[in-house]
Design a binder for this molecule. Sequence first.
Ligand SMILES: C[S@@+](CC[C@H](N)C(=O)[O-])C[C@H]1O[C@@H](n2cnc3c(N)ncnc32)[C@H](O)[C@@H]1O
Length: 305
Amino acid sequence: MFSYRHAFHAGNHADVLKHMTQVALLHYLGQKDTGLTVVDTHAGAGVYRLDQDHARTSGESDAGVFRLQAAARQAQAQGEGVPEMAQAYLAQVQAFNPGAQWRTYPGSPWISQALLRPQDKLKLFEVHPTDAKLLDKQVAELGRGKQIEVLRRSGFEGLKGLLPPPTRRGLVLMDPSYELKTDYQAVVDCLEDALKRFPTGTYAVWYPVIARPEAHALARKLKSLSTRAGRAWAQAELNVGLTPTEGTSTQVAQGRSHTAMRASGMHVINPPFTLAAQWRETLPWVTQALKEATGSGWTVEHGQP
Ligand SMILES: C[S@@+](CC[C@H](N)C(=O)[O-])C[C@H]1O[C@@H](n2cnc3c(N)ncnc32)[C@H](O)[C@@H]1O
């Protein structure tokens, strides 16, 4: 039985990087009229409360989306600019929060459904019984009929049956909890298979940057599998660093400090040609807004076939 519940982590620094990228991808792919199929292989519950138990217990959104919101408000008050990619993400969160105090955080299915056009489809895989039930209920309340489908089975296994999509235009979001050690290799195997079935799709994978050999290897394997498949790729990492009580970054790298995850990455295969430049413009500002006392930073790399 899985114990990971995204409600504890909604709106943290990893969600900021992931969802900011997702908004940028959906805006870009939405420029062409042909229908788009969005597949979310690890959907979670869909939408989260920021003012209730799970989020308040962890406080992760305070150091994530709320810090970013405060930085944007301060920049605006001082007449300074906010990078467009961050603005578009914050506007998306704001759209679910009519008042000044944000209470709702949109997970990846909610961001997708908000940006879906009538000709697009959304397929959501989720295996956790509680989250799948919540997702089912929340999707049913949207009343969008067959446009949005919840599939209570493994996204790693179910993806192949959806590729290639009928219109040959698709975005696959892959965001496992990596609770199982086998998830790291499952990501690689699943992508290799998907790229054979649908080489021109856009694939966006989130991964943790933590002191674990599988995690280090995954960041590298994602680049080499994209190159082997002859596809362009872009990869960004955001590290928010450590608070004074969390130990040195050397201790964290060596796995000797018990700390929350401080860094994560996004790997995008067949990215919009604008993505790497957007990240380079935005991540210094985001890092400045979210950084802790020491060790923060960001990287952007990209490769051509
Ligand atoms: C990190 S959370 C997803 C968060 C969501 N993508 C978002 O950004 O709002 C990962 C989710 O994947 C689910 N999960 C784990 N293994 C899965 C699998 N093989 N197929 C589908 N869902 C899975 C977990 O129950 C969890 O809800």
